[in-house]
Design a protein around this ligand. Structure first.
Ligand code: NAD
Length: 352
């Protein structure tokens, strides 16, 4: 395997691996380990050029630094990508080579599942390096993080209602949940238990039908959920759904959901603010999963109660950033980044 370090200002380490034997072509990016070893998923994607892959891996690694900082996981941020078509590139030899590549980072990068990689793939990677997390419970891992993500989103959403209305009571509060997969369905259960009136939509009608039957929530058309007349919109499906077209049409006072990169571009945070819609920034409110993974990396391993306790701090992080947003008259999305940067700056050596 040929391993080449590529120096990039502002990033601790970025390296490319090419392994002709297995066909591996991959990049690992460690953005920042000020707060601990970097953690971030292994993505497989058919990038058109290496520049595209580099752009993505850097953006995602930096995002993980910020997410972990605000969630106070004691971890830094990193990411890795394998360049290739998922349908034809995957093989045992490829994942073993990826494991050797990760091993060359000597623990400064820890990997996890991401787009187009599964826990089964990671179990192969694990044979070549122990710096793998998020495996199934059967394989000695911490299992599916989604229930913890859902719990954190629920707590964050309730906090947003409290911030806006002065009391953390969801009884009768109307919430539209877009996407009822692993996280969305868990969120819906928490919301129903708390007395909220829940509207749901999903591309998969079977998922909608079974929750409508089981919980008595209301199913609405996929095209209507974003613009439903509700108190809270909880996007739990796709990213990039809030933009210059959709934001003016929203009929909610709060956006609080699990979906990553829910704003199409940073400036859309300002559009939400201009419409006086309170935003719970995605990477802060959806940190339950990474908090759970971080807890299971600690001595003692998997501990559900400890994970839940840490997830229960998400509302505090939200209040902190909303306070920054109010004090500095900036959008909540910018305030989240400001909070992350403050936490990192305080932890850097030489900073009092
Ligand atoms: P999932 O694939 O289990 O569920 C997503 C659901 O959204 C699916 O049921 C899908 O059919 C539905 N969907 C897709 N397009 C839709 C559309 N246009 N309208 C309505 N529904 C649509 O994924 P998940 O694990 O529940 O994750 C949901 C979101 O939360 C993703 O954006 C993910 O990146 C983010 N997230 C998940 C976790 C986690 O722990 N799973 C952690 C952090 C962030």
């Amino acid at each position: 395997m040929e391993l080449t370090d590529i120096p990039v200002p502002g990033f601790e380490r970025l390296a490319r691996a090419v392994d002709p034997e297995s066909g591996l072509q991959a990049i690992i990016c460690v953005h920042d380990t000020t707060l601990g070893p970097s953690l971030g998923g292994l993505r497989m994607w058919d990038y058109a050029t290496e520049e595209e892959a580099l752009f993505d891996v850097k953006r995602l690694a930096r995002g993980m630094t910020y997410k972990s900082a605000v969630a106070r996981t004691g971890l830094g941020g990193g990411k890795s990508v394998i360049i290739g078509k998922p349908a034809t590139t995957k093989s045992e030899a490829l994942y073993l080579a990826m494991g050797r590549f990760i091993e060359a980072f000597d623990g400064s990068y820890i990997t996890a599942e991401d787009v187009n990689t599964s826990t089964a793939d990671l179990e192969i990677v694990r044979r070549a390096t122990r710096h793998v997390t998020g495996l199934s419970r059967d394989a000695g891992g911490c299992g599916d993080p989604s229930p913890f993500t859902a719990y954190g989103v629920f707590l964050g959403l309730r906090e947003a209602v409290a911030w806006r209305r002065g009391k953390a009571d969801l009884n009768g509060v109307r919430v539209a949940v877009q996407g009822v997969g692993s996280v969305g369905s868990g969120l819906v259960r928490h919301l129903v238990t708390a007395g909220a009136k829940v509207l749901i939509a999903d591309r998969r009608q079977d998922r909608v039908a079974s929750l409508v039957d089981e919980l008595g929530v209301e199913g609405v058309a996929e095209s209507e959920i974003l613009f439903a007349d509700v108190d809270v919109l909880a996007p739990c499906a796709l990213g990039a759904i809030l933009d210059g077209d959709s934001i003016p049409q929203l009929r909610c006072e709060i956006v609080a959901g699990a979906a990553n990169n829910v704003l199409l571009a940073p400036e859309h945070g300002k559009l939400l603010r201009d419409r006086d819609i309170l935003y719970a920034p995605d990477y802060v409110i959806n940190a339950g999963g990474i908090i759970h993974i971080a807890v299971s990396l600690e001595r003692g391993g998997y501990d559900e109660a400890a994970s839940n306790q840490r997830v229960e701090r998400i509302p505090e992080a939200l209040r902190e950033l909303w306070s920054i947003a109010r004090a500095e008259s900036i959008p909540a999305s910018d305030a989240a980044d400001r909070l992350a940067e403050n936490i990192l700056a305080e932890a850097r050596p030489g900073v009092r």
